[in-house]
Design a protein. Structure first.
Length: 210
């Protein structure tokens, strides 16, 4: 990624990186030189980071990437209310120093590992106190698998309910416009989520005009 940034790319997005990577690797396919990893491989190696955070790490020459991933996850958890005390598999991986693939496997198969308690689309959520207890070598998980199924609302679903686009919903949420949309109860690197009970309360307090 640093080689890509050093090339002076016109844009600094995932799409820009992948375009550069394909050309770079095609030119060096027969040279024996180490090829550039695809974006998904980089993301898997840096769990819990957004694309902007990945690029910032490459630019800043971060010395300890594990600590950086954990700090970004902690910052994200602290930035929102996180009243449900949930954490995504990506942020769980960052907090525990694992890959997201390993977290998903452990969550399915290991009795001592925190359970996936809710799901939005392909995103799993674990109980944050259970994750912290596991990190400390503590107790068995306190929340059962699927305990909060149906209790969360994702961006796509809420945008449809409010008659907004997802971009508009994100914009109002980022600006903390609580009079226009309910504010998220938490975020992951890929999405925001809301507790259904809080969404319904907000709707009662902000009835839509006919």
């Amino acid at each position: 990624m640093r080689r890509w940034l050093a090339s002076g790319p016109a844009g600094e997005s995932r799409v820009d990186y992948e375009r550069w990577r394909r050309g770079h690797n095609e030119q060096r396919a027969d040279s024996g030189e180490r090829l550039a990893a695809n974006w998904d491989a980089i993301r898997d190696a840096l769990p819990g980071l957004t694309p902007a955070e990945i690029i910032a790490a490459a630019k800043g020459g971060v010395a300890d990437l594990g600590t950086y991933c954990r700090d970004m996850a902690e910052n994200r958890l602290a930035a929102e209310g996180n009243t449900a005390e949930l954490v995504s598999t990506a942020d769980t991986a960052a907090l525990l120093g694992l890959t997201e693939f390993v977290v998903r496997g452990h969550a399915r198969r290991r009795a001592d590992f925190p359970n996936p308690v809710a799901k939005i689309g392909r995103e799993w959520f674990l109980h944050l106190p259970d994750v912290r207890a596991y990190a400390s070598g503590g107790r068995e998980p306190s929340m059962a698998a699927g305990a909060l199924d149906g209790a969360l609302v994702g961006t796509k679903e809420l945008a449809a309910e409010l008659g907004l686009t997802k971009v508009a919903l994100w914009g109002f949420a980022d600006r903390k416009s609580a009079d226009r949309v309910p504010l998220p109860d938490g975020r992951t690197p890929q999405c925001a989520y809301w507790l259904r009970e809080n969404v319904e309360r907000w709707k009662r307090e902000h009835p839509r005009q006919p």
